[in-house]
Write a protein that binds this ligand. Structure first.
Ligand SMILES: [Zn+2]
Ligand SMILES: [Zn+2]
Length: 97
């Protein structure tokens, strides 16, 4: 990437709090990535997306709500458990000393 030599303005790094401040300094409207970076800095993550069914997140959501997990969520959780266990046993094999 070659910036024009005349431009002394540093390129804005969007999606960072520095970018957020740069927009502010230049009196520009914030772009969404910069806005998000500022929210993250403040610890505000916005409305949390609801975990969809068929994911481990969905499975956990059912548990949190005291529900029985639906089949797609059970499958997702079982698949995740298999991966996890395989990793654990790989680690056990690798680190058997
Ligand atoms: Zn920006
Ligand atoms: Zn579900």
């Amino acid at each position: 990437m070659t910036a024009p030599a005349k431009s002394r303005r540093k390129p804005i790094r969007h999606g960072t709090t520095g970018g957020y401040r740069a927009h502010f300094r230049h009196g520009e409207p914030m772009c969404e990535p910069c806005r998000a970076a500022d929210r993250t800095r403040k610890g505000y993550l916005g409305p949390q997306p609801v975990a969809s069914c068929g994911t481990v997140g969905g499975y956990r959501r059912h548990l949190r709500h005291g529900e029985d997990a639906c089949p797609p969520c059970l499958t997702a959780n079982a698949a995740w458990g298999r991966i996890y266990k395989r990793r654990a046993s790989d680690r056990a094999k690798a680190g058997a000393r």
